[in-house]
Design a protein around this ligand. Structure first.
Ligand code: NAP
Length: 306
């Protein structure tokens, strides 16, 4: 397992993160097995949001932490807030209230990391920063980041907040590559050249912000996994199969390795509830795809290299 040392070494996170958006309906023993499989494989970072399962995902995880209190200090616990039903809310009042809810459901007195889930265009940066500062001062949250933000949105908040924002969680998979596409086709009159993220990946690299890739196996947004979809992704599935054979892993590991191989030090936020798939994913944590293989997978997913 590869780890990233952040904030001058004060924060050490695995580059594979267990996302907890889909754990709501697991049996208790299934959840225990999943979490312990992750821990034994070296995963130390767990991602939540106040809205996952309407709060039930945090509750399920909190029950586990209550049953096994020794676990809390071994993990990096992350949650998100800022989404309300039908709109976004980065007001101080909402952020403080949302974090209280997450702490209660997760049965803990602090979050290691809080991310602001989706940009709120009505954000008053000073007010939002005041909320984050108050959470930091009270010890309820130690580090902060954002999700689905472009560079200017990050700068707008960062200008008012004294602690460096460390993360930006963005959708990214072999079948969802807007953060890569425009940079590969600069100045060309083709759709692939449309910059949908405003150079977010390059900006994050320049600023030392860690990108967390959500939905690493999905096509579109929650469109189902591209692995196994030979009808729409025949070349990609074939190339994943061939590389899996070469490296003695599975196509799942190759899909993860395509993200981890990028020098941006991307963290991969898994959504699997299947311990076997989780282990296959971990095998992609530090798998050294060659440049030719990395670009080959990108092309096999239907993208153009001019
Ligand atoms: N920041 C945001 O806006 C945002 C948005 C969405 C999600 N997230 C975070 O990202 C995490 C991951 O998101 P995600 O769950 O969409 O990611 P994902 O890992 O791409 O998808 C997981 C889902 O795909 C299924 N799956 C994966 N590979 C498969 C295969 N080869 N065959 C059949 N089924 C397969 C899994 O089933 P099994 O359970 O059977 O493996 C699971 O239902 C979430 O848990 C959450 O923490 C963040």
């Amino acid at each position: 397992m590869k780890y990233l040392e952040l904030d001058g070494g004060k924060l050490r996170v695995s580059n594979i993160v267990m996302g907890c958006m889909r754990i709501k309906d697991l049996e208790q023993t299934q959840l225990d097995t999943l979490v312990h499989t992750a821990l034994e494989a070296g995963v130390n970072h767990f991602d939540h949001a106040d809205i996952y399962g309407g709060g039930a995902c945090e509750e399920r995880f909190g029950e586990l932490l209550r049953r096994e209190p020794g676990l809390r200090d071994k993990i990096v616990l992350q949650s998100k807030c800022g989404i309300r039903p039908g709109y976004y809310d980065f007001s101080k009042e909402h952020i403080l209230e949302a974090v209280e809810g997450s702490l209660r459901r997760l049965c803990t007195d602090h979050l290691d990391i809080l991310l602001l889930h989706r940009p709120d265009t009505l954000m008053e940066p000073e007010e939002t920063a005041e909320a984050l500062q108050s959470l930091l001062d009270s010890g309820k949250v130690r580090w902060f980041g954002v999700s689905n933000h472009n560079p200017a949105q990050i700068q707008l908040l960062q200008r008012s907040f004294g602690q460096k924002l460390l993360f930006n969680q963005m959708q990214m998979s072999l079948a969802h590559t807007p953060m890569i596409d425009a940079g590969m086709t600069v100045n060309m009159r083709i759709d692939q050249a449309i910059d949908r993220t405003e150079c977010t990946l390059e900006y994050c690299r320049l600023e030392g912000i860690t990108v967390q890739a959500w939905s690493p196996f999905q096509k579109g947004t929650f469109g189902g996994p591209f692995l196994g979809d030979r009808e729409n992704y025949p070349e990609l599935n074939e190339m994943c199969r061939q590389l899996a054979e070469k490296y003695g892993v599975t196509p799942t590991s190759i899909a993860v390795a395509w993200l981890t191989r990028h020098p941006a030090n991307i963290q991969v936020v898994l959504g699997t509830t299947n311990p076997a798939r989780l282990l296959e994913s971990c095998a992609g944590s530090a798998l050294p795809l060659t440049r030719a293989e990395w670009y080959g997978l990108y092309k096999a997913a239907g993208n153009r290299i001019p």
